[in-house]
Design a binder for this molecule. Sequence first.
Ligand code: GTR
Length: 437
Amino acid sequence: MNQPVHWLIGMLFTIRVASAQTNPPMRTAEPAGPPGYNYDETKVGTYTLPDLMLTAGGKRITDKAGWTGRRAELLQLFAENVYGKTPAQPVRLRFKTTSVEQSARNGLAIRKQVSIFFADYPQLPPIEVLLYIPKGATKRVPVMMGLNFCGNHCITTEPDIALSTRWVGNAIGEVSVNNRATEKARGMQERRWPVDTILKRGYALATAYYGDIEPDHPKGWQTGIRSVLGDSTRYGDNQASEWGAIGAWAWGMSRIMDYLQTDPAIDARRVVLMGHSRIGKAALWAGAQDERFAAIISNESGEGGAALARREYGETVERINTNFPHWFTGRYKTYNRRAADLPVDQHQLLALIAPRPLYVASADGDQWSDPKGEFLGALQAEPAYKLYGKTGLGTATFPGLNQSIGQTVRYHDRTGKHDVTDYDWAQYLRFADELVR
Ligand code: GTR
C-alpha cells in the first residue's frame, strides 16, 4: 500500500487534533523526509546524559535524604527549561455531581458525572469528569485515571453521555464540524478504553477531555486555565519559563485528583495515572510534581515524555517545538538543534516518579516516539529507585516484541502502531494488580 493511502486510513481511525503544521505521513521507519526528525539510528551518535545523581553544585547524591534536595532541583530545571513553571497559587474548586446512574454498563458500574468548577474564575468552563465505579464494591476502590483526546462521549457509546461542547480538532469523517464534536464522534475511541474490563478487575475509571483544561492549539490558552493562571504576556517569549499546554494538562490531572480525594467510593491513595502520547507527556509531568499519584503509565509518550531528547531520533526537540509551539515553555525552543545543552534529559523526569511504580510502553510501529529512547529513559531512572531499595527496570537488555519486562519500572515494545490496545491494557492492569493494590 502506498504511503498516502496508508496515512488516510490511519486518519480515519484516529482523531487528529489541530496543530500548526501537519505530522509526517508515517510514524514508522521511512526514508528521510522534512527536516526536524530522524529515523536513522546511525545519526544518533554519541551523547552524554546529565548525571541523575550529581547536583548542580557538584555534590553526589547517595541516599534518600540527599535525593529530596536533588528532586526539587530537577523539578525546577524541568520547569524552567522544558514544561514551564506551574503556578503555585491554590485555586478554589467546586465539585458538582451532575448525574449518577446506579446501574450503568449492564449493572457493572455506578456511573457518575462530576463538574469541576473554578470558583474564582466563573468565566472558565468546568472540567467534566466521567467516573465509573465497580458496582457492589465493599470497600474503596483503586482508580485508573486518564484524560481522553476527544471528549467523554468518544470513549463510550452510552447515548446519555452528553457530547462535549468544547473545542475539538477538525478531523476526517465528520466526527467534528467547525471544531465542535458531532454525534459521529460518539464511541470513536471506545476501543482504547476497555471500561468493562477495568471494572471487572476491581478498578474505577476516571476520565475527562484534555481540552476541558486547555484546547490543544496555539491559541487554546485563551479559553483555558492559562488565561487566568500564569503570565500570558510571556507565553510566546523564548526567554521565559511560563507554563505551556502540557503543564496545564498536568495541572488539570491534579485537580481531578483533588476531586477523587473527596469521593467516598474511591481509594485516592491508589490512583494510577495513565496517558497516551501528548497526554502521556503530561501524565509524566503530573506524576513528577504531584506525589499523590500512586503510579504512572506512559503509553508512547515519546519526545518530551519518556524518550531521551539527546538521541534526536524520531521526533526531535526542534520538530515538536515547531509543530506544537504551545506545548512547552518558551525557553525549550532555545534547545532546538542543541538538545545536548539541555540541563536535563527525560530519564530524570522518569526518576522523579521514584519510588512509585512506573510503566513505560512503546510500539514498534511508532518509531516517531523512539522506542529505544523510551527504553533507555526508563533504564537510566534506575539509580533513583535503588536509593529506596527498589529495582527499577533491572535489565539493560531491550526486550523482544510483546514482552513486558522490569520490576518497579516496567517496559514493553509491542507490535503495531501508535495507539492504545488491549495488549497495553492487559499489561497495565497486571502491573497495577502487582504493584499498586
Ligand atoms: C504527534 C506528536 C507527538 C505525540 C502525538 C500524539 O503528532 O508529534 O509528540 O504527542 O502527536 O499526541 O498523538
